[in-house]
Design a protein around this ligand. Sequence first.
Ligand code: BGC
Length: 748
Amino acid sequence: MLTRTGGNNMNYKLQIEELLGQLTLEEKIDMIHGCGFFRTKGVERLGIPGVVTSDGPMGVRMQFPDDSWIPVGKTDDYVTYNPSNSALAATWNPELAYESGKVLGEEARGRGKDVILAPGINIKRDPLCGRNFEYMSEDPYLTETMALPLIRGIQENDVAACVKHFAVNNQETDRMAVDTYVDERALREIYLPAFKAAVQEGCSYSIMNAYNQFRGHFCSESKELLDDILREEWGYDGVVISDWGSTHSTKGVAESSMDMEMSVTTDFEDYYLARPLLEAVRKGEVDEACVDAKVRNILRMMFRLKMLGGQACERKQGVYDTSEHRQKAYEAAKEAIILLKNEEREGERRRVLPLSPADLAMQPVSDAAGKVISARKRRIVMIGHNAVYHHAGGGGSAEIKALYEISPLLGMKKALGGNVEIVHAQGYYIPGKKDVNEVNWQEASLERRVMGEKDPDSEEQKALRKEIEENRAKLLQEACALAKTADIVIFVGGLNHDYDTEGRDRADMKLPYGQDELIRALLDINPDTIVVMHAGSPVEMPWLDRAKALVWCYFSGMETGSALADVLLGKVNPSAKLPETFPVKYSDTVTCKNGEFGKEGRVEYKEGIFVGYRYYEKEGIKPAFSFGYGLSYTQFSLKDLKVLQAPDHSLKLTVQVKNTGDRAGAEVIQCYVSDPVCSVERPVKELNAYQKVFLQPGEEKQVTIPLTERGFVYYDVERKAFVTEPGEYVVSVGNASDNCLLQECIVL
Ligand code: BGC
């Protein structure tokens, strides 16, 4: 079992005070603000190096000069591209999160970084949030249990994790200023638990404050979030780093618990915590003790990272781009791909997936006398821009220069070799798609809107619409003509980082580029068309009833194409589960109903704790796919649920799980808890625990899962504490939130 602690929690009191006593005010101030986009100054005469940070969540970002957002552009910053957090969460496998963290930490150190600005652990409150692909889940427990091992993996390499964005940062619209109002219970039950666990149990050496405001105050100087909750209540002694450009005043920030100011502009000496602070301290407007407190935290982190003194000789050196890292990226990707639909083929008793060797074997061609004279290759037609597109270089600060990225088309071609013909058609038209490396978005990221709005009636826009229609029709026709010649049709579409991106939310949940029309046309031609969606967040799928096979891969890293091919070809049995609910349509979401998402100015989280499945279950709204859902090529049976209470009052469950099919596979046993009678309104049920179980065909195991307190406790606003009310609770166990057939009542 994985341990939860993420690092060295020593506090180095004496050494810190000794160094602090030798630092001048100017030197201390140099240590608490950026002197380059990603680094702070050190103090050479005392052997204190600067702190070097880097994004990001899917790999170590490309190298930038200190003062320009044009990447250095050399060839030494290609890296391993890990699955995004959404993909990782879909594995429901904390071991993989640990391995992924190890890769990230080792590569960060290998690239000479001290802090890696990851993981992003905000809750997916609304499907349209542009950064959902960087986040894990709508559920705090799943987020926490995947984030902790990830942090541990990073920090074992003497690199600090930087969990972000603290807190209640759940939309990109007006992200620099939006003021979020969330009630105390939702804050404690939904939005804070993963952060609390990350700092208390995961010992994340650093944390990044969010851009937004929280209850009327910027997060960078929120007394409530940073002083009262983070430092006082949670006892955090790590470093709080500002999101890049999230600070708004000298005195406010100096006196807050934020320690290190970073931004996107080059006027480093004018940052709030630079010269303006020096002057304020000299004038007696800010107490030098505020500076000391920040320097203490930074020095503590440096000691923990072995950056100071003789221990620097023992610091891990890291390494990047190893074959072991690429193997780990593959291992994670293969458990991140979710099989959402797999029905029987048209007129046959077998399912569409996996494709069997017989589906792909050469076909003998005979002459009139019946003599085999040659062989015909099977023809797979892959349609869609996402079959060939590389995603690593987009999305905002999560962009990286991947050493390589196996596209779905390459994945299939390299797996099948020369005896199968695989042809590709783009299928849908993407107007003005720029090479992601040409776009320099971060420079403009402090502006209220990254993208200007265009006048729809301008001649330019009319001409653009005409161009789109013409190109769309042409590509659709071409794709359909090819599909008619195919033995197997695979559509690979979805979103890309023009949609799943930092700085902008999606306008709706629809598939862009006319993909719905194209998918319908392909299903008309070949009802067994395999639909693969490559996207960071859910989309409406109005053709869903007609699609027999649907595979979902988020952004699954450099090995996406290999893993996808292995799933389609049955070399890998899919075992991923949705870490979020996929609603049928956007209007089903609570945030759409109450109009409290994506607004500028003030956003009220009126839904309270009813986020994701907690809302759909309360209202009885049937989603397209429920939280925790995902199919396998084999079947599992679950029986004999028992909930046992130990003398120390801890609870655990046991359940018999059997692989009743003919393939090895893995099932995620999910345990939810309900409190049917309570003095406050409770969700129908809440995820309490889970475990991924690997079984050979026919194999049966008794699984023991310790229960946690989720679902048993709620946050009592009056008492300011989590409480358990005595009474009856229901423990439900199954393989998806809407498929928990085993239930057991217990009385506490
Ligand atoms: C993002 C952060 C990122 C930082 C540095 C900001 O725009 O919100 O997540 O780490 O930039 O690139």
